[in-house]
Design a protein around this ligand. Structure first.
Ligand code: S3P
Length: 427
């Protein structure tokens, strides 16, 4: 089992880029595969999760190549996928499993999809129920967990009110909607990341968004195109927090995606007193990007709740670290979804940050953190969860002495090169 040993550093300094956005990289491969003709994907995230998406489409008959810095995807159009001879293994990736379910539900053949021990524990009823309502036939373990056996074709458009705010479920239904007769409409309780809507529209889908309602017209052809993947703001989040909490730090993170459904981490950190400047804002195709300059600052506790939660859901573990070093009380509420991510992130962040000297309390749907803590190095565990591992690494940079983080190979799920990049900017 791999481990990461981190010692307290003086400060962070320099200019960096972070790897491509995970959510957008998955979508680029999937949507290019069902488009007509070639797509060139730049800055594709070559992490384990996204490689699993690539492998899945290879099994479904899609070819890939590289040309210079681009990943070339040879799209076969909506109806050009071939039956996979073997079950499709999504590894640790919830996004692969939930989005591919929507595409497989539109195919006139049967597919089996599975994943690692973590993914096989995660809730899939949330995609099974709407896909069945569209008339796909799905078998699942206990009727709710992977492996899933999906027999698709002849889907009917539906209107579906999402019971939980989830971009993965929304995307799954919209993708099935591409194959369905008539229109499919998804209504969200609060906004979630909209990369699917932006990229499908960019590739030619007839998709319309009005507030919380998104409608897609079935059987519209997609056309391959050039896709540039922005840097992942969820990966940048670790650096935003690290540079904010370590006195004397100043870093520039270039080419970061700042889609308004994802940039809540910047809003929240600024509310806590962070000094972040958004520079050089521009577009990479359908997505806005910018350079983020961060200087260390004295942070203070705040209450984080309500509509912003889905926007920052992946950043809450590292926000807990920011809160630990902020003056006063931080309350995070309405974030029960954290319990069904790769691991239960509420439980793990509470137990591991306690070991490092943080006064942190577990709530059913969030956390209460009293700061500022004097962090001390400890032996901590990621429990195989990439975001937990990297959040603890950020805490370790500011902790007295040495911290040993166990089980850190999972970092490759979303941020290959994380340790090297940290070392590059650590002084
Ligand atoms: C994702 C959506 C979110 C997020 C995950 C990626 C996506 O999950 O936590 O890391 O790419 O659509 P949910 O849809 O389950 O909230």
């Amino acid at each position: 089992m791999q481990e990461l040993v981190i010692k307290k550093i003086d400060r962070l300094k320099g200019a960096v880029t972070v790897p491509g956005d995970k959510s957008i990289s998955h979508r680029a491969v999937m949507f290019a595969a069902i488009s007509e003709g070639k797509s060139a994907v730049f800055n594709f995230l070559e992490s384990e999760d996204c490689q699993n998406t690539k492998k899945a489409f290879q099994q479904l008959g899609i070819k890939f190549s590289t040309r210079g810095k681009a990943l070339i995807v040879y799209g076969h159009g909506l109806h050009g996928l071939a039956v996979s001879p073997e079950p499709i293994d999504c590894g640790n990736s919830g996004t692969t499993m939930r989005l591919i379910s929507g595409i497989l539900a539109g195919q006139k053949f049967t597919s089996i999809i599975t994943g690692d021990k973590y993914l096989r524990r995660r809730p899939m009823k949330r995609v099974i129920a709407p896909l069945r309502a569209m008339s796909a036939k799905i078998k699942a373990v206990g009727d709710e967990s992977a492996p899933l056996r999906i027999s698709g074709g002849d889907l009917q458009g539906i209107q579906y009110i999402l019971p939980v705010a989830s971009a993965q479920v929304k995307s799954c239904i919209l993708l099935a909607g591409l194959y369905a007769a008539g229109k499919t409409r998804v209504i969200e309780p609060v906004p979630t990341r909209d990369h699917t809507e932006r990229m499908l529209a960019y590739l030619g889908a007839k998709i319309n968004k009005k507030g919380l309602k998104t409608t897609i017209q079935g059987n519209t052809r997609l056309k391959g195109n050039k896709i540039i993947v922005p840097g992942d703001i969820s990966s940048a989040a670790f650096l935003l927090v690290a540079a904010s909490i370590i006195p004397g730090s100043r870093i520039l993170i270039k080419n970061v995606g700042v889609n308004p459904t994802r940039n809540g981490i910047v809003t929240i950190l600024k509310k806590m007193g962070a000094k972040i400047t958004i520079k050089n804002k521009r577009n990479f195709g359908a997505e806005p990007v910018a350079d983020l300059e961060v200087r260390s600052a004295a942070l203070h506790g705040i209450t984080i709740a309500g509509r912003i939660i889905p926007n920052i859901i992946d950043e809450i573990p590292v926000l807990a670290v920011a809160a630990a070093l902020a003056r006063g009380k931080t309350i995070i509420r309405g974030a029960k979804e954290l319990r069904v991510k790769e691991t239960d992130r509420i439980k793990s962040m509470v137990s591991q940050l306690k070991k490092m000297g943080v006064n942190i309390k577990e709530q059913e749907d969030g956390l209460v953190i009293y700061g500022p803590a004097v962090l001390k190095g400890a032996v901590v565990n990621s429990f195989g969860d990439h975001r937990t591992a990297m959040s603890l690494a950020v805490a370790a940079l500011a902790a007295q002495g040495k911290t040993e983080i166990k089980d850190t190979e999972c970092i490759n799920t979303s941020f290959p090169g994380f340790e090297k990049l940290l070392r590059k900017i650590s002084v």
